[in-house]
Design a protein around this ligand. Structure first.
Ligand code: F6P
Length: 255
């Protein structure tokens, strides 16, 4: 039965790779909508993959969310001697503390004996304070590190679920609904064609910055995220997807 399961997943991977046009794909068995620990399984798969690509001086940028937090849970030391720097991909976008990019970066660093940098930027800034903050050497320095990250780990969410989780103002909610927003990643909301419906203005990695990164890894599972994953990958600049069987099967069922 093990072998059969393996070949089933293999077929799913090949089919999904073609459908999404993504370079690398890993599918773990199960459905993270039904069992929270499947996120941990995706986390383990991600850590296993990181072992092949992490160099002793890699800079790893991470987003927030429960899925990326599960990667931190699954993280183990990779190189004895390393200079890893874990950084948040973007300024805080309203997640609970344990699921915030800052917290996740710190936890990953702790578990791998690496370093981390945090980005503390209030959610609402006047243009004037923004300009001042950007001139702050410590902020400027971490921004350079974020932009220079060679590995990016990010989540993908359902647009409206994410908007509600972030207490988005009514006006923006309406804009998202009118624009038929389906997915969200990096603070960008996309429709089913992958067009940007709305963008939360934040410092850090912007969508265009992903183009020249070698490893941009999306981690998202659960059949409820199938449409969101499809939407993101329409224009998405990530070259790898780690997902679960339920999301993968649903994605292939959706035309
Ligand atoms: O808020 C950070 C973030 O990575 C979003 O970009 C993404 O939509 C969401 O978290 C995914 O969260 P979860 O893994 O909890 O579904």
């Amino acid at each position: 039965p093990k072998m059969k399961e393996f070949s089933g997943i293999n077929k799913l991977e090949t089919a999904l790779k073609e459908k999404l046009g993504v370079e690398y794909i890993i599918i773990v068995p199960g459905d993270s909508d039904r069992h929270e620990w499947i996120k941990y399984e995706m986390g383990k798969a991600c850590v296993h993959y990181l072992k092949n690509i992490l160099l002793p001086d890699s800079i790893i940028a991470v987003t927030g969310g429960t899925t990326i937090a599960a990667i931190a849970d699954a993280m183990v030391p990779i190189h004895e001697e390393n200079n890893y720097v874990f950084v948040p991909a973007r300024g805080g976008i309203g997640e609970e503390v344990e699921h915030q990019a800052n917290t996740i970066a710190a936890k990953m660093a702790h578990k791998t004996n690496g370093k981390y940098r945090m980005l503390f930027i209030p959610d609402i800034l006047s243009e004037q304070s923004y300009e001042t903050m950007m001139k702050e050497p410590s902020i400027h320095e971490i921004l350079q590190q974020i932009k220079g990250a060679n590995i990016v780990l990010h989540g993908i969410g359902n647009a409206l679920t994410m908007a509600k989780r972030r207490n988005t103002p009514t006006e923006t909610m309406e804009q998202l609904e009118k624009g038929n927003a389906v997915s969200e990643a990096f603070g960008y909301y996309f429709d089913d064609k992958g067009q940007i419906v709305h963008k939360i203005y934040k410092i850090g990695i912007q969508l265009d910055d992903l183009r020249d990164k070698n490893h941009v890894i999306a981690v998202a599972g659960g059949s409820s995220k199938a449409k969101a994953i499809a939407s993101y990958f329409k224009k998405g600049k990530s070259n790898m997807l780690i997902t679960d069987e339920a999301a993968a099967s649903q994605l292939l069922r959706d035309s």
